[in-house]
Write a protein of this length. Structure first.
Length: 93
């Protein structure tokens, strides 16, 4: 998902610092919490993370490239992490 795919910013365009509500919480994407993780799930989580870190729901045009690159990097790192995690079942008692 690109910055251009979202609607409004979390800070006003005038730069007064007035904050609107931020995005929803990021959900756990590893098994057993989420059995079938899609690329869309990972991209949505990456977008939420970048929004939270940057403080913007949608960046200004001059920041869109950096914002989109950050979303792509976080999504790639997240996919790599999920692919490499080994989830062990609890030991039987």
């Amino acid at each position: 998902m690109l910055a251009s795919d979202v609607n409004s910013g979390s800070r006003d365009d005038a730069g007064s610092g007035t904050m609107e509500p931020m995005c929803r919480s990021i959900k756990t994407l590893r098994e057993p919490y989420t059995p079938d993780v899609t690329d869309a799930d990972i991209e949505a989580a990456a977008l939420q993370y970048v929004r939270k870190i940057s403080g913007f729901r949608q960046p200004a045009a001059h920041n869109a490239e950096a914002f989109d690159a950050a979303v792509a990097a976080v999504a790639a790192a997240s996919r790599d992490l999920l692919d490499r995690l080994v989830v062990r079942t609890p030991a039987a008692r």
